[in-house]
Ligand binder design. Structure first.
Ligand code: CMP
Length: 139
């Protein structure tokens, strides 16, 4: 079924000016951008977004990294978009990512791993609503 997922092009990618390269992988994989904006997250925004990881040892570093520069937040649409996007991104740790994935080709580390993507359709709905108003999404 046609589905939507939430994506972030992270600060390591905006810093290196490769947001277009990252987007080309998403589009080549069959996903369409139906909403997109460049933002610099506040600490509170990043902490809220990653609240599920609050007890993890990497939480503070993760939040610092995510506010270290601008990001591009996106809503992507396509057939099985959540799973499709996860395939295109590759494993969280670039060392484990398959050839031809965004993280294999661009990520610098498990933290500076270039992209975020929702892990399930329900999470996608919440994450999309966290950053976008319904009228900002144009399918
Ligand atoms: P993301 O999909 O954005 O969700 C949480 C992020 O935490 C993850 O990608 C990684 O970039 C980051 N992270 C940093 N260290 C770790 C770790 N040890 N295990 C999992 N995720 C980590």
């Amino acid at each position: 079924a046609i589905e939507r997922t939430f994506s972030i092009i992270k600060p390591d990618a905006t810093r290196r000016n490769i947001t277009g390269k990252v987007l080309s992988y998403l589009e080549a994989g069959g996903l369409r951008v139906v909403a997109q904006k460049r933002i610099h997250m506040t600490k509170e925004q990043a902490e809220g977004f990653y609240a599920v990881h609050k007890e993890r040892p990497f939480f503070n570093d993760l939040v610092s990294f995510m506010i270290s520069g601008p990001v591009v937040v996106q809503v992507l649409e396509g057939e099985n978009a959540v799973l499709k996007n996860r395939e295109i991104m590759g494993a969280t740790n670039p060392a484990n990512a398959d050839a031809g994935t965004i993280r294999k080709d661009f990520a610098e580390s498990i933290e500076a791993n270039s992209v975020h993507g929702s892990d399930a359709p329900e999470t996608a709905k919440e994450e999309i609503a966290y950053f976008f108003k319904p009228e900002e999404i144009v399918g």
